[in-house]
Design a protein around this ligand. Structure first.
Ligand code: ZN
Length: 68
């Protein structure tokens, strides 16, 4: 999990946004103000041990499996 600071690619807007999540997810974010794509300003790991522990089991359970 990462803490990412992004900025709107529209120079007239230039809204800065903070987001937490996987890089693949935050790269899909768009500016709420104008809908332009956001450029990543900075990325830092934001993975408290508790968050990692909580996320892993949920991922493992995500695909619904049914016996036979
Ligand atoms: Zn914008």
């Amino acid at each position: 999990m990462f803490h990412v600071t992004l900025i709107c690619s529209d120079e007239d807007c230039a809204v800065e946004v903070e987001a937490w999540g996987e890089l693949a997810d935050v790269e899909l974010l768009v500016c709420e103000g104008c809908g332009c794509t956001l450029q990543v300003l900075s990325v830092s790991e934001a993975a408290p041990a508790t968050a990692a522990l909580m996320r892993l089991p949920r991922r493992a359970q995500a695909p619904t499996r049914r016996a036979a």
